[in-house]
Design a protein around this ligand. Structure first.
Ligand code: ZN
Length: 384
């Protein structure tokens, strides 16, 4: 409730429409690793990523190329290979750390959803976008893969992510949540969020990093901190600005160009050695499954095999949706409670089939869906 209120206030403050960065993560990570990882005698980690595109409007169904452009940005930013590094202000230029983490893309799934802004919708206490049965897409093995859901939002934020402790509480909803228009560097992205830095920032949260100003919207009393020595305390966020000289607050110069700040994409430039140590500590202690995984494509994962049809929006009133995910032929027959055929239709799948129920009597209906050699039965309830 408190989070919702903060989000609402943040949304009102930024009027929801202006191009200001807002991140849905409004707390600090709970787990602080016992030891920071010894980062000398080991190899660069390559972490496997799966991207779930859950689209409502066709333009949200972004291309493979746009997805790949995001992975490229992550690989530059986490290896300090980004073009901004040579131009970092001299106060901080020695603090740009090579985090020694890379990312590989192992699967892209595509799901059409009847829900607009599905990414931050909840039903029965569950985040819709993370559940196929609720109009989203089930996570793939979140202990071994970083799941990124790319889907529309209606809360005015660009993205959010789960801290490692949330992975333990709710593994099926563990991952990153990004809006399609801030994901990658191509296609539907637009300035100032067209360089893929929202995902870099959210990946920081996923790997246990907090905002430099602590939790909450601002930090004017300088009481809060992200818990790291080499990221100076700061009194508020930086938005829509990229100062030439670092401004001072809380008694020190502000590292406005840190990825865990709120500056525009083009202004972001670095993670620090302290952030790197914290990320590696979290990887070793809480997300070690990622280190035992592989970059082989996961096309054979069970949830990617022929997805069964789903009936969405049941009980229904005027409309129901059948999710027919495979690009194959389906035959749909609907019978009323007395066994009378009321609808027979054939459909080429690959998305949602909308069934117009206006004029149908309330009651129970049975749907038979033939798909190749398979027969699926669904019970449709039309409410009064
Ligand atoms: Zn954030």
């Amino acid at each position: 409730m408190k989070t919702a209120l903060i989000l609402l206030l943040a949304c009102l403050a930024s009027s929801c429409l202006s191009a200001q960065r807002t991140c849905g993560v409004q707390t600090l990570p709970r787990f602080v690793p016992q030891h920071t990882a010894s980062v000398s005698a080991r190899e660069v980690a390559v972490l496997p990523v799966v991207v779930h595109i859950v689209w409502h409007q066709p333009e949200e169904n972004i291309s493979d190329t746009q997805v790949e452009s995001q992975i490229e940005v992550l690989n530059q930013d986490f290896r300090a290979l980004n073009v901004e590094v040579p131009d970092i202000h001299p106060l901080f230029d020695e603090l740009a750390a090579d985090v020694e983490i890379e990312f590989c893309l192992t699967a892209i799934t595509r799901t059409q959803t009847p829900w607009e802004g599905v990414s931050n919708l909840f039903a029965q206490g569950k985040r819709r976008v993370c559940h196929t049965e609720l109009g989203g897409r089930d996570a793939i093995d979140p202990a071994h893969y970083i799941n990124i859901w790319v889907a529309g939002r209606s809360d005015g934020t660009l993205g959010s992510a789960t801290f490692p402790e949330q992975a333990q509480d709710k593994p099926e909803e563990d991952g990153l949540f990004l809006r399609p228009d801030v994901f990658g560097t191509q296609g539907s992205t637009t300035p100032p969020f067209n360089l893929g830095r929202t995902c870099t920032h959210e990946m920081g949260h996923y790997l246990n990093l907090g905002h430099l100003w602590g939790s909450g919207a601002d930090n004017f009393d300088c009481e809060q901190d992200d818990g790291l020595e080499d990221t100076p305390r700061q009194a508020s966020t930086y938005r829509n600005t990229c100062p030439a000289v670092p401004p001072f607050s809380c008694g020190s110069a502000d590292m406005f160009m840190n990825y865990m700040n709120y500056t525009d994409d083009a202004c972001m430039a670095l993670f620090t050695p302290g952030q790197k140590a914290r990320v590696w500590g979290a990887l070793m202690q809480f997300r070690s499954g990622l280190l035992q995984s592989s970059c082989a494509p996961v096309a054979s994962a069970p949830s990617l095999n022929r997805t069964p049809p789903r009936l969405l929006g049941n009980p229904a009133k005027n409309v129901a949706h059948l999710q027919l995910s495979e690009k194959e032929k389906y035959e749909i027959a609907i019978f009323d409670a007395a066994g009378r055929l009321v609808l027979l239709t054939r459909h080429h799948g690959g998305g949602l089939l909308e069934i117009d129920l206006s004029g149908w009597a309330a009651g129970i209906y049975h749907i038979k869906i033939k798909h190749g050699a398979q027969l699926h039965l669904k019970k449709l309830i039309i409410a009064q």
